[in-house]
Design a protein around this ligand. Structure first.
Ligand code: G4P
Length: 530
């Protein structure tokens, strides 16, 4: 690689951080994102992101269903600069109706910020999103939010992280008081206290101290809170895990920060520590070996999400691409490896905090939106020069199932075309009965995927469908050296095949699943396709 290109790439890669915020709805993700964007100057007023969430995307042309529901159907991305860093935040829908897209988006992140409500602790959606990140072994940073409210004890929350998520934690700061008594935090890394000032806690005073026993803290916080702080931190010093960056990088230890997003308390310190500790764009595995953004000069990237109908008038789709190596330039020609042809990337878009913008150049770690006239599929690799195929994106186990029928039998051809294309796009997963009936079953991880599917079948293929909800809750891909007998899976379960012909068993409940596992000891039941 020429020296100037290598230097430019290194400079750009070093300053980038691409991460996702994972949380359960209501933990404060919108609020935290907004504060981060404010620090970066990407938005001018508090309330902008919130307004976007609430105003049902008045200024953009998201698909109709998003407008009706007022939520983001598919995840998007926001970019901003802060103190020499370029930050890409991958947004994952906070609504209960999240989808497989949410999971796939996490594959484009190099690290994750896990946001937890101090009163509620680890909640259901956080667990699911955490598990996807944990499987990839990416670093996870924890922000415990709403410290201005009464909540659980920090020790209790740390224990829950370990018990529910199986991850050890290391507090980077520690609250001085909680709820109404909260007066600040002690920063264990920088040996300083950050104290709330004023009745509305709107000002923050930062004081360097000589350890947590420093009498200055006593003067500022009072005897009672200081004694409590000393007791807690002594215990942490003795019994807590020491900070170990290597463990953090492997996703075995999560640095924990306490704060209150709405009061902007602890957010800036969190951001600065995070930027220092979080990884820059990491290498990705491919058929050509590891593609390292610092070593591979040629451009490469992969599509992790396709968003349809962002502009209903044009029926266009946007394919979201994560850049893995090289420099992206507008109008460049790249190889669409699966299609086996060169394509020109003419109208790339980048997603700033508020608007979409045509991007002129971009670097590893960046996410850009490509205009898609129907040529891309989820997982497609694009590369310059030789063919590079990145590892296939995982398929996630669906949890909600429905039998699908077409209302007008004459539309069967369009129906089949719609099913084929929407499955390829990753909108839904499709299964066929393995017992000889002509029965098509759809599987999703969020109810919203069904609504999107129904809407698009009608809008794009002119087909009215009917969905009949089934009682199954789990899908497991089954691999067995012995012949698989559909007759064995009749009670509270059913054997089906996926689009590649792999056998999958659908179960109504955990009990049925356990029983099947016991009765088929030679079989492996997998959560994702083999
Ligand atoms: P989400 O995107 O994760 O769903 O959460 P969001 O930011 O919308 O926050 C959910 C609620 O929690 C909001 O209140 C928000 O104001 C509040 N919140 C966020 N951070 C904090 C915090 O640090 N402390 C406290 N006390 N509350 C916080 P809401 O009543 O639902 O909405 P709003 O009327 O305040 O906008």
């Amino acid at each position: 690689m020429s020296k100037t290109i290598a230097e430019e790439l290194k400079k750009e890669v070093d300053k980038r951080r691409t991460f996702a915020i994972i949380s359960h709805p209501d933990a404060g993700k919108t609020t935290l994102t907004e504060k981060l964007l404010l620090f970066g100057g990407a938005i001018r007023e508090a309330g902008s992101v919130k307004a976007r969430k609430a105003s049902k995307h008045a200024t953009s042309d998201w698909m109709e269903i998003e407008k009706q529901r007022g939520i983001s159907v598919t995840s998007s991305v926001m970019q901003f600069d802060y103190k020499g860093h370029r930050i890409n935040i991958l947004d994952t829908p906070g609504h209960q109706d999240f989808s497989e897209d949410t999971y796939r988006t996490l594959t484009a992140a190099d690290s994750a910020v896990m946001l937890i409500d101090v009163a509620k602790g680890v909640e259901a959606q956080t667990v699911k999103l955490f598990q996807v990140c944990a499987k990839r072994g990416i670093p996870i940073f924890t922000f415990i939010n709403k410290l201005d409210r009464e909540g659980r004890s920090p020790f209790d929350l740390m224990e829950e992280l370990e018990e529910v998520l199986g991850i050890r934690s290391v507090p980077m700061n520690w609250p001085i008081g909680t709820g109404r008594d909260l007066c600040g935090v002690y920063d264990r890394v920088h040996n300083q206290v950050e104290l709330f000032q004023g009745n509305d806690h709107s000002e923050i005073e930062v004081r360097k101290v000589d350890g947590y026993e420093d009498p200055i803290i006593r003067e500022m916080a009072g005897e009672f809170l200081h004694d409590q702080l000393c007791q807690d931190l002594e215990l942490l010093d003795v019994a807590g895990d020491p900070f170990d960056l290597e463990k953090v990088k492997r996703g075995e230890l999560t640095p924990v920060f306490f704060g209150s997003a709405i009061n902007n308390f602890g957010v800036q310190t969190f951001l600065e520590n995070f930027l220092e500790l979080a990884p820059k764009p990491t290498p990705r595995n491919s058929t050509a070996g590891m593609i390292d953004p610092l070593e591979d000069e040629k451009f490469s990237g992969y599509i992790f999400k396709i968003q349809a109908n962002m502009n209903p008038a044009h029926r266009d789709r946007i394919a979201f691409m994560r850049i893995c190596s090289g420099k992206f330039q507008r109008g460049m020609s790249v190889r669409h490896v699966r299609a086996g042809k060169e394509i020109k990337l003419a109208q790339p878009q980048q997603f700033l905090a508020q608007d979409r913008d045509i991007v002129q150049e971009a670097f590893p770690g960046d996410i850009i939106g490509l205009f898609d006239p129907g040529i891309f599929r989820i997982g497609d690799s694009l590369s310059q020069g030789s063919d590079v195929v990145f590892d296939e994106l995982p398929t996630f186990s669906p949890e909600i199932f429905a039998k699908v029928t077409v209302k007008n039998a004459l539309k069967h051809k369009q129906y089949q075309k719609g099913i084929d294309q929407l499955t390829e796009e990753g909108t839904i997963q499709v299964f066929q009965s393995a017992s000889g009936f002509d029965e098509t079953i759809l599987g999703v991880v969020g109810q919203l995927q069904f609504e999107v599917f129904e809407y698009r079948m009608k809008g794009e293929y002119g087909v009215d469908i009917q969905l009949h909800r089934m009682t199954y809750q789990f899908a497991r891909w089954i691999v067995d050296e012995n012949k698989i007998d559909p007759g064995k899976f009749r009670i509270n379960s059913q054997l089906v095949t996926d689009k590649k012909g792999n056998y999958v068993v659908l179960f109504e409940n955990e009990y049925a699943m356990r029983t099947a596992m016991d009765k088929n000891p030679t079989a492996k039941f997998l959560e994702t396709a083999p």
